[in-house]
Ligand binder design. Structure first.
Ligand SMILES: Nc1nc2c(ncn2[C@@H]2O[C@H](COP(=O)(O)OP(=O)(O)OP(=O)(O)O)[C@@H](O)[C@H]2O)c(=O)[nH]1
Ligand SMILES: [Mg+2]
Length: 1104
């Protein structure tokens, strides 16, 4: 097959109606990349023989090695087919451009899925016929739903039903219908959820309208009494009736579901290279059965049967007890099963050449004799299928017929998307119109979204290639494959004499590793030395035409048209290059029209991960979507082996942060350079990238740093309070100069309150930033304790104030009150604390409260309205400036609040953040100091540090008066395992302190789905261990699921006689919580109390 000329693709870009932008989504290993192979082969980029095996888009060597995709990659494909412009017209040849994005299915890279789907209009959603709906399948279905993408369902790996599960066609049909039901059930649940929400909103609106109408009626009544005016009556009546009349519109959900008869389901086998839709079979049987195609399309799936004599279609009612097979089984699956049986033997294990001949004759296929003679039955099978039901045809035809072109997709998708973007009301109507109607002239505004940045080495840039075009021409690819295959075969033969054909992965690996422009004349060695990376953005143009040299504004992810000039103010950046994305290579373009997925250069240093590009700033739209990807939680400190390489490493880490949608780079206070990744596999990939591409130096990674939370509980048996005269948790702290005494009490918060605070952290953050902005506008010079110490950075900045879906301050206060009164806790303590909350912490948004119960109200209250403050004379001076004459407790309010932030950020046990702790500030007293000469300000300055330290330590001390608990970061783990390996999976899980939640058998398969919780701290090496112990049969999926209390006091020691008797003096058994605490303390360089020598006597005896 000749390789498609890039010029042709570029030409097609101008014709938006002939473009399709699609991405392939699925659970890990369901066959996405194998499927794309077949499509790529149609463009001559790889040989059809290698399709399904080479996994061309997995271009990284580690992707090939592990067999999973780690980065999404895009490729533009050409496809031409005969289409009728109208149903009656004769078909004409039409050409299409398909921009295809292959995404990773592994959970660690789920942010790549969000970035891929943002650019596309349609989705190929793959499901493994055996594994069925898995966790990521649900995630990608949800992604498709929320992004309003049009999906096509591909049930892949149907061959496994024949070869592995050895099902008969009838059983397979039942299995496939169940699978389809499962997928539709997931969609149904989204639909229900949305409908219920709409219903609720509608009710609320109706109520509002009703109330408004009633109010108007009352007004009007009053008015009538006064003026007896007739015209008002009419108006108000009309209002009242509209309010009562409206009915909730039921939406039709018929179109949403997958149904083979609607041709939105494709059955396929990517490795064997076949796929079909019902429509294809309908046209195959149209003549044979003499039934119209339209009719056949409706009956080929479902309970319809073919009367063998009359060739009439019967419904299940008319069967009259006859044992006929459904048409799908008889006409569709039966034939496919027959091909397997005839060639590879299917479930029988041996092929039948006569049957092959019969089949090829009846399908009028011509199979080259050398293949028929071949001893490899798979070769015959794939050749039959390639001629009969080629994979690419089914997929590409369905894509073109079923998935929308950019104009249609933008018209239907964008209005909702634009309305949901921040500050939607202020978006320029011209921009809105241009985007929805995909206007692409030079004068229309340019709006593009960059969903991710990829790093491309200099040597791979188009200007350094021998010629523009895809990375490998068909001929080159074949050549290379041939060369590598023989190399590989030789190596294998030399090693163990085994047949090299067993492992095609090896070839592909070799292919993957080979340099792309790896012809011998290219200066490879030189390239490796000095090969700087270029950052290329993956983007989609929604309106206008973008050309090289144009300047556009780069809007950061938090941009809102409400504050277009907010800092950091968006910059105009010149576009230095535009590219066609061709999988492993790029093709330079001079301009791109709206509706296209393309690569863009010149954004280096202006964009981190993603952003919107727009030709104007005022009234611009921010397209940054909700990222459903996993949050990065695995932190690892890195250091270069050679200290001189530190700069290189830092540069590399910054590059990595830009080019990975999930990885983050941080410098800890201790000066350590840390990367945050989504999980172990992701971490490995990041390290590899750093070492080999971005930093190009040897880098050592430390032990993964796992986050913990510290909390306290009121346990049944606790050691007595440290200070017997004071209630538990109470501490009286005196500063070292004895001038200030602070009395406070630490208490555990009711669980429901903690939960509420955690859930609404976003709201707290926004409320805080609003308050701050308000205060700042009033007083520009606020003396701020943090500014002096400069320890904490502010997360709250830059959040658009009108974020939708968050609570207002009053709502929030009321809800919090309700939660407090709902919690079953002592009314006397928690009764009216909400009004007294002074701060949230740590970072001013966390799930801990500082509650000011001092008589004079030392601290400013969080929920206090500004006007309340000014009315109330006794309120503190919020400036925190010393009053004229003497020092007052209020002068220290901000210091106390800051100490609270510090203490909650670094708890007592191992300096991890606290959670669910309330600090009651009970009393602050200031004793006049002896040196009367120094001014107030000087005194205050001197006391600041003392107060902060005292309060911080007191809070930590009060914390330890209760029963402290560690909270562990948990992964929820989903594992699919067959019965044989189930035991080993359980053993591994329990050894790592995992907890099984559910276990269910997948219907019709021998697979169990196990859902469990596993501490992140125990998860390193878990996936590998499971894979090894089950010989690759089980693949765990780990998703961060929050923090969970480990109900064990790390510092508990046996005290009562009974306990001493039971546990011995040392509390023999090692406490897991103590182990974790010590590990963290050790890492942070804190004191770890350990008994090095347990029992010297015994050791002596042992030695002798
Ligand atoms: N039996 C069978 N195996 C298949 C089929 N399609 C893919 N596979 C195998 O499934 C494995 C995973 O295939 P990939 O194409 O890498 O799957 P993927 O969905 O791209 O995986 P990720 O990108 O890592 O999520 C490979 O070993 C393929 O050979 C199929 O139709 N039938
Ligand atoms: Mg893949």
């Amino acid at each position: 097959m000749p390789v498609v000329n890039p010029e042709k693709l570029i030409g097609l870009q101008r014709n938006a109606n002939e473009v399709r932008n699609i991405c392939i989504l699925a659970h890990v290993d369901h066959g996405k990349t194998s499927l794309t192979d077949a499509l790529i082969a149609t463009n001559g980029i790889i040989s059809p023989k290698l399709a399904g095996k080479i996994r061309y888009l997995d271009s990284r060597p580690d992707e090939q090695l592990r067999g999973i995709t780690m980065e999404s990659s895009a490729i533009s494909l050409y496809f031409s087919m005969l289409r009728r412009p109208t149903p009656d017209a004769s078909p004409v040849q039409k050409e299409y451009l398909i921009n295809l994005i292959d995404s990773p299915g592994h959970i660690d890279f789920s942010s790549e899925v969000s970035t891929a789907s943002r650019l596309c209009d349609g989705v190929l959603l793959l499901v493994d016929a055996v594994e069925g709906v898995c966790s990521q399948t649900v995630t990608v279905l949800r992604q498709t739903w929320t992004e309003h993408l049009k999906p096509l369902l591909v049930i892949n790996k149907v061959d496994r039903l024949i070869t592995e599960l050895k099902m008969s066609p009838g059983e397979a049909y039942k299995h496939l219908s169940k699978l389809l039901e499962q997928v539709n059930a997931v969609i149904g649940s989204f639909f229900q959820g949305e409908r219920m929400e709409e219903d609720l909103q509608w009710r609320e609106r109706a109520e509002e309208r009703g109330a408004a109408a009633a109010a108007t009626a009352k007004d009007q009544e009053r008015a009538e009494r006064k003026f007896a005016s007739g015209s008002v009556t009419e108006e108000s009546e009309s209002v009242a009736t509209t309010g009562a009349e409206g009915t909730f519109e039921e939406k039709d959900d018929e179109d949403l579901y997958f149904a083979p008869e609607k041709n939105n389901v494709i059955f396929s086998s990517a490795v064997d290279g076949w796929a079909f839709t019902i429509r294809q079979f309908a046209s195959l049987y149209e003549k044979k059965l003499g039934i119209r195609r339209a009719v056949l399309e409706k009956v080929l799936w479902g309970d319809f049967y073919l009367e063998p004599k009359t060739k009439r279609v019967l419904g299940s009612k008319h069967l009259k007890g006859r044992a006929l097979k459904p048409m799908f089984v008889q006409l569709v699956l039966g034939n496919i099963w027959a091909v397997y049986e005839a060639t590879t033997g299917g479930s029988k294990g041996k092929g039948d050449p006569d049957m092959v001949e019969k089949i090829t004759k009846s399908l009028s296929l011509t199979i080259p004799p050398h293949i028929l003679r071949s001893r490899d039955p798979r070769a015959i099978m794939t050749t039959v299928f390639a001629a009969w039901l080629p994979l690419s045809t089914a997929i590409l035809v369905s894509t073109i017929e079923h998935l929308p072109a950019p104009p249609a997709a933008q018209a239907s998708r964008l209005p909702a998307l634009i309305d949901a973007s921040p500050g939607a009301k202020l978006i320029d109507p011209v921009i809105r119109d241009a985007m929805i109607n995909i206007k692409a002239t030079k004068d229309d505004p340019v709006v593009a979204y960059v969903s991710k940045i990829v790093a491309v080495p200099e040597s791979q840039m188009p200007h350094n290639k021998r010629k523009a075009g895809s990375a490998l021409t068909g001929e080159e690819a074949r050549d290379l494959a041939r060369k590598k295959r023989s190399e590989f075969e030789n190596a294998q033969a030399a090693l163990n004499g085994e047949s090299p054909n067993d492992d095609l992965n090896g070839i592909t690996e070799a292919l993957g590793e080979s340099s792309l422009n790896g012809t011998d004349d290219s200066p490879l060695a030189e390239g490796q030395q000095e090969d700087p990376e270029h950052l290329i953005g993956f983007a989609r143009l929604y309106s206008g035409t973008l050309s090289v040299g144009d300047s556009v504004y780069v809007l950061p992810p938090k941009f809102s048209p409400a504050y277009p000039h907010a800092t950091p103010e968006p910059q105009k950046v010149a576009v230095t290059g535009l590219y066609l994305l061709m999988g492993r290579g790029l093709v330079a373009l001079t301009s791109v029209p709206a509706g296209v997925v393309f690569g863009i250069a010149g954004l280096e240093g202006h964009i981190l991960k993603s952003g919107t590009l727009c030709s104007q700033l005022e009234g611009s739209v921010n397209l940054a979507g909700v990222n459903m990807g996993s949050q990065p939680i695995v932190r690892v400190a890195l250091e270069p082996n050679n200290p001189g390489d530190l700069d290189k490493m830092i540069r590399g880490m910054k590059l990595l942060e830009q080019s990975d949608p999930c990885a983050q780079y941080e410098v800890l206070e201790s000066g350590e350079h840390v990367i945050l990744t989504a999980g172990e596999v992701h971490l490995e990939r990041c390290l590899k990238d750093l070492r080999e591409r971005y930093a190009r130096c040897d880098i050592q990674a430390g032990e993964p740093i796992v986050p913990y939370r510290e909390t306290v509980v009121s346990a049944a048996e606790m050691s007595p309070p440290k200070n017997k005269d004071l209630p538990r948790g109470t501490v009286i702290g005196v500063t070292s100069s004895k001038q200030i005494t602070v009395r406070l009490r630490v208490r555990p918060l009711p669980a429901s309150v903690t939960e509420f605070l955690e859930k609404n952290a976003g709201a707290v953050r926004r409320l805080y930033s609003e308050k701050k902005a308000e205060e700042e506008s009033k007083r520009r010079t606020v003396m701020n304790a943090e500014n002096e110490t400069g320890a904490e950075q502010d997360e709250a900045d830059g959040i658009p104030a009108n974020d939708t879906g968050l609570l207002s301050i009053l709502d929030f206060r009321e809800k919090l009150r309700a939660v407090f009164s709902g919690a079953k806790c002592q009314e006397s303590i928690w009764g009216n604390v909400v009004g007294k909350i002074a701060a949230f912490g740590p970072r001013r948004t966390g799930p801990n409260l500082l509650i000011d119960v001092t008589e004079e109200g030392t601290c400013q209250r969080f929920f206090q309205e500004a006007h309340e403050a000014s009315e109330d004379e006794t309120e503190p001076d919020p400036d925190g400036k010393p009053s004229a004459d003497a020092l007052h407790p209020r002068d220290f309010s901000d210091k106390i609040a800051y100490a609270f932030q510090l203490a909650t950020a670094q708890g007592s046990m191992c300096h991890e953040p606290m959670q669910g702790v309330a600090v009651f500030l009970e009393e602050v007293t200031v004793t006049a100091s002896s040196d009367e000469d120094s001014s107030m300000r000087e005194k205050l300055g001197r006391l600041t540090g003392e107060v902060i330290k005292t309060v911080r330590d007191s809070i930590r001390q009060g914390f330890m008066d209760w029963s402290p608990r560690l909270m562990l970061a948990m992964y929820s783990v989903e594992i699919q395992a067959s019965t044989e390996v189930l035991g080993r999976v359980y053993a591994t899980l329990s050894r790592r302190h995992g907890r099984i939640l559910t276990e269910s058998l997948k219907e019709g398969t021998p697979f169990f789905t196990i859902l469990s919780l596993l501490p992140v701290a125990e998860s390193f090496g878990f996936s590998d261990e499971i894979r090894k112990r089950t010989s690759g049969a089980a693949q765990p999926q780990l998703v961060f699921s929050g923090f969970e209390l480990l109900d064990e006091d790390p510092f508990w020691v046996p005290q009562t006689e009974e306990e001493l008797e039971d546990f011995g003096e040392k509390g023999d058994r090692e406490r897991i919580s103590k182990k974790y605490v010590d590990a963290v303390r050790g890492r942070k360089g804190m004191l770890v109390q350990r008994k090095v020598v347990g029992d010297a006597e015994k050791q002596k005896t042992l030695k002798r």
